[in-house]
Ligand binder design. Sequence first.
Ligand SMILES: Cc1cc2nc3c(=O)[nH]c(=O)nc-3n(C[C@H](O)[C@H](O)[C@H](O)COP(=O)(O)OP(=O)(O)OC[C@H]3O[C@@H](n4cnc5c(N)ncnc54)[C@H](O)[C@@H]3O)c2cc1C
Length: 364
Amino acid sequence: MDTVPLSKKSKLNVDVVIVGQGIAGSVLALSLTRAGYNVCVIDQPSLSLSSKVAAGIWNPIVFKRLTKSWLADDLVPELIHFYSHWEKEFQTALIHHRHIIKPFSEEHEKSFWLKKANDTLTKNQFLDSVTYENLQIDNNYFVKSYSKVLQAGNLDVVNFLENTKTYLSNHHNYLSEVFDFYECHISSQEINYKSISAKTIIFCEGHLISKNPYFNWIPMKPAKGETLTIRSENLKLEQDIFNKGFFIMPLGNNLYKVGATYEWNELNDLATEKGRLELIQKLESIIHSPYQIISHDAGVRPSVIDRRPVIGHHPHYQNVMVFNGLGTKAVMIAPYFAKKLVNAISYQAPIDLEVDPLRFKKLM
Ligand SMILES: Cc1cc2nc3c(=O)[nH]c(=O)nc-3n(C[C@H](O)[C@H](O)[C@H](O)COP(=O)(O)OP(=O)(O)OC[C@H]3O[C@@H](n4cnc5c(N)ncnc54)[C@H](O)[C@@H]3O)c2cc1C
């Protein structure tokens, strides 16, 4: 393994260069290092980093239909396995197992929930088959009837990104800079970028994939989102996440994350007055006691038009790959597909056609 600082070397040979260190680049880099590969990560977070605003929630249920979310049976065990391993490695708490409280506004919502939870054919172990009454959320707000999504939780994303960066800087290679495509030279044998040579390059730039000359043909539909962090002495949520078309997640010390908005036009990381008002309105439909806004953040979710990730090889260059399109579910999707991508590099194992960039080849 190469541990000499990059600046002191004339030429650096690595197995894989990764561009971008959000959730995608981080999970992928750690998966590759664990499989024995030497990596160099190049990232400039000030360009646009969606991961830093993510609540980090994993929710295995699609609320509208009360069905399991895509591949939930595979994704949930893999994410727990992955982040638990790195918790031990980094010696810090990264994941919090929580339930998601789903209030029922109408009686038919409750009966639909019970029908879905008790359907033996679908074996939906993520829906609690019991319903509950009278949960106090705020001094003056009680949820009359509700149930819970099980096996949900959240990743402390900022802590995960920081620890990953430290780990990569100490044990591998990490460059804080904007990747310059003019300096990148690709042949079927190797990738050369400035003084680095690599066998493979993998792009993980989030929604800025639109500026990547190798993958700018992928039809993205990025969605900007905003969150508030508030302090409240009166909210009674201690562990579970409350979800009523928006979420309130306890962070500890009377702090709560509230989100999120969706906006498809102004694709930047700037928090807006419109987003703030929308979140305040939602929040105040629940809480009536005083609270304080601690921070207001925005980011852009890298969603693809068909709502599936894009993971795999460039159609013309086998050694140029993409790991992107994690949309609203990065925490859940990344570990499972990082494993698939590592297997594709190690054993030429195929990656699911459903996520292969080749599905959009005619748009190149
Ligand atoms: C408000 C909000 C709430 C969310 N909540 C959740 C949630 O609860 N659970 C969940 O799973 N997901 C959530 N998401 C979605 C999640 O944030 C994204 O899916 C995820 O962060 C995408 O990660 P990424 O690594 O692909 O992209 P990013 O996090 O955007 O990272 C890309 C990185 O690449 C860098 N980069 C790009 N181009 C270059 C270049 N040329 N040179 C160098 N660096 C470059 C960027 O600056 C950035 O650092 C939320 C998103 C938002 C906006």
